[in-house]
Design a protein around this ligand. Structure first.
Ligand code: NAI
Ligand code: MG
Length: 344
């Protein structure tokens, strides 16, 4: 039976890398009915809302979306559509695995997962200016919202993920030494949840700045990291750096009622339209979707095909020092997926 999935190709390089992804999924034998919808700048350019009601309704009906990156204007303009979608569907868990896809980088065999709280912290967007005398922007203020409810649910998610995926350790990352109420509550709740898993999963907590340093010095000490919204955003780009860059980093946004799968990277306006973006992160995001749909074997076949193509080194996109186009890379992965299918 075909899966019904909303497809939001996205802005910039989005349409190119999602096209490549859909072709790879089809080659692997994944059956889907894609309901295509626009959002972001692609929508505003057509005079529509950046988050059109039809797009939201499609995701609400299907509870599943594969999404390309969406451009967010910096400083002014509409608020992030990515953040809005996560809030709309209460996609509280942002899962960002970082696994080495090719050898010869700074580190080999990296395999860690960031579980990021996706609905609150500073990204709740509770901020405003305070005017003074003739300066309307004399002061800017932002609220770091941390609730017991959301902290408990994300730390529990991290432990359950660790149990389900044979992981050994959860590291809770925080800044409770300075932000005693907000980060302190996150840590306090985290320690309580951790007690329930004692004897099953190892637990430690670490201050975020130290964690950032330790990730560079010895990333192998980490396994699953759970943290609040902004630290998770920053650390997930950092761990993407450990495995060779944003081109390899997928993300899943998971809630009780819906899930949206997307790459960690953005719409890459500097290379948009050139047809040379690396589609790996988008394809890996689709693999996370396959895991979610209990198609783990198919996901693993696609991942190992990507690794084979990258390791042979003949077909690589420019971000990896090659000269292949997005389509050529996808074709190479498809050839590998199909030959793998014969071997199975
Ligand atoms: P970016 O991730 O789009 O690009 C950063 C650098 O990485 C650029 O040099 C880009 O060319 C390169 N890069 C990114 N993805 C690549 C790929 N697949 N293949 C090859 N090179 C790649 O980050 P930037 O420039 O800060 O943001 C651009 C736009 O994307 C902004 O509007 C931002 O708000 C948005 N964005 C959207 C996200 C989402 O939809 N979830 C996430 C992050 C940023
Ligand atoms: Mg980010």
């Amino acid at each position: 039976m075909a899966h019904e999935i909303t497809l939001v190709p996205g802005d910039g390089i989005g349409p190119t890398i999602t096209d490549a992804t859909v072709r790879v999924l089809e080659a692997a034998g994944f059956e889907a009915e894609w309901d295509r919808h626009i959002a972001g700048v692609t929508a505003t350019e057509q005079g529509m809302d950046p988050l059109p009601a039809e797009t939201l309704q499609s995701i609400r009906d299907r509870r599943l979306a594969l999404k390309g990156p969406l451009t967010t204007p910096v400083g002014a303009g509409f608020r992030s559509i990515n953040v809005a979608m996560r809030q709309e569907f209460d996609l509280y868990a942002n899962l960002r695995p970082a696994r080495s896809m090719m050898s010869g980088g700074r580190y080999d065999d990296i395999d860690l997962v960031i579980v990021r709280e996706n609905t609150e912290g500073l990204y709740a967007g509770i901020e405003h200016y305070i005017g003074m005398e003739d300066d309307p922007k004399a002061v800017a203020e932002s609220v770091m919202l941390i609730t017991r409810f959301a902290s408990e649910r994300i730390v529990r998610y991290a432990f359950e993920y660790a149990l389900d995926h044979d992981r050994d350790k959860v590291t809770l990352v925080h800044k409770a030494n300075i932000l005693k109420c907000t980060q302190g509550l996150f840590l306090e709740v985290g320690r309580q949840v951790a007690e329930e898993y004692e004897g099953q999963i190892e637990f430690e907590d670490k201050i975020v700045d130290n964690t950032a340093m330790q990730l560079v010095v010895d990333p192998y000490q980490f396994d699953v990291l759970v943290t609040e919204n902004m630290f998770g955003d920053i650390l997930s780009d950092q761990v993407a750096g450990l495995i060779g860059g944003l081109g390899f980093a997928p993300g899943a946004n998971i809630g009780e009622d819906a899930a949206i799968f997307e790459p960690v990277h953005g719409s890459a306006p500097d290379i948009a339209g050139e047809g040379v973006a690396n589609p790996t992160a988008q394809i890996l995001a689709a693999c996370l979707m396959l895991d979610h749909l209990d198609e783990a074997e198919m996901a693993e076949r696609i991942r190992s095909s990507i690794r084979s193509v990258l390791d042979r080194g003949e077909v690589r996109t420019p971000d990896l020092g090659g000269d292949a186009t997005t389509e050529e890379f996808a074709d190479a992965v498809i050839a590998e997926v199909e030959s793998g299918a014969v071997r199975v």
